[in-house]
Design a protein around this ligand. Sequence first.
Ligand code: DQA
Length: 156
Amino acid sequence: MPKTKAPGAKSVLVLHGPNLNLLGTREPEVYGTVTLDEIDRRLAKMAKKTGAKLATFQSNSEAELIGRIQKARADGTDFIIINPAAFTHTSVALRDALAAISVPFVEVHLSNIFAREAFRRESFFSDLAVGVVSGLGAKGYELALEYALDRMAGEG
Ligand code: DQA
């Protein structure tokens, strides 16, 4: 049961795209050995310290991710952190969903997508994102959340 948002509390949504549920065992030389559960746990701990609300959602389905993004428009989400995974390079539909809701977001990649195959260098998200963190492993999510929490605190 999700915690109710305290009055004035800020709310961050973390979205994980396809195959990120396999983190820990998936190509560890590329994506590291930290599991998705562990990443989410670390983020929840950081958010809790500041009193922010944090929701996390992983799906292998483009439609489910779009549905969750659309829901964010109504549920009070103030900031999104998204690793669109393979959809980074393919999904106009996910890009359009983020553009439609006008919630600021940071794009995160565990690996450095600019140092890999040519097709990974193209992202449908980067020009809409507030910023991109790529190549810093699981730590990248924590840095993105630190930014989001600071930014939201600044907004009061
Ligand atoms: C990824 C990079 C993508 O190219 C890839 O398809 C992924 C993960 C990353 O976190 O490094 O699934 O987004």
